[in-house]
Design a protein around this ligand. Structure first.
Ligand code: SB7
Ligand code: NI
Length: 185
């Protein structure tokens, strides 16, 4: 199973590379990696397992974060009582094909399993996006996302382009953001 010491940290060049496009069929190793990445997210969101294995909770994990420069990311966005899972998917070769002008940011800012220090500030993103991607079986999908799931997917797709969340934070005024931005609590 993937543990914290398997996660590459900021400073490792793999996090700043544009990841290679996946070709199909995926190799057995690539499919197994997808499973292990999703397994990490599931376990990291279970307080007991996370405590037992000292896992930092994550709602997403991109292949470059485990040292594999491949366009693949796992996303597991929990919901609430009524809908425990908002969005669970392995995105292969994801592309944002349209994005709202409307800006959104998480009220708490963002963090990253590959960035050990807290970096405060709003991370301005698009409130709504349409993504085209392939599943691990090569099936083409197109989905529209908004709010938290949209934020998470933008964070993961950034990783595949060598971008980290703090690249988007206004250096001089970290809490500056468009007046009409949607702040997601
Ligand atoms: O790349 C995923 N990872 O570093 C875990 C944190 C994911 C994440 C955290 C806050 C907002 C969006 C996404
Ligand atoms: Ni991250």
């Amino acid at each position: 199973m993937i543990k914290m010491n398997d996660i590459t940290r900021d400073g490792d060049p793999v996090l700043r590379k544009r990841a290679a496009k996946a070709t199909f069929p995926l190799t057995a190793e690539q499919k197994e990696l997808a499973d292990r990445m999703m397994e990490y997210l599931v376990k990291s969101q279970d307080p007991e397992i996370a405590e037992k294995y000292k896992l930092r909770a994550g709602v997403g994990l991109a292949a470059p974060q485990v040292g594999v420069s491949l366009q693949m990311a796992a996303v597991l966005v929990p919901g609430g009582k009524d809908k425990p899972v908002l969005f669970k998917e392995i995105l292969v070769n994801p592309v944002i094909v349209s994005e709202s002008v409307q800006v959104a940011a998480l009220e708490e800012g963002e963090g990253c399993l590959s960035v050990d220090k807290d970096i405060p500030g709003y991370v301005p993103r698009h409130d709504r996006i349409t993504i085209k991607y392939q599943t691990v079986d090569g099936e083409n999908k197109k989905i529209r996302l908004k709010d938290y799931p949209a934020i998470v997917c933008q964070h993961e797709i950034d990783h595949l382009k060598g971008t980290l969340f703090y690249d988007h934070i206004n250096k001089k005024e970290p809490l500056k953001i468009a007046d009409d931005a949607v702040i997601i609590g």
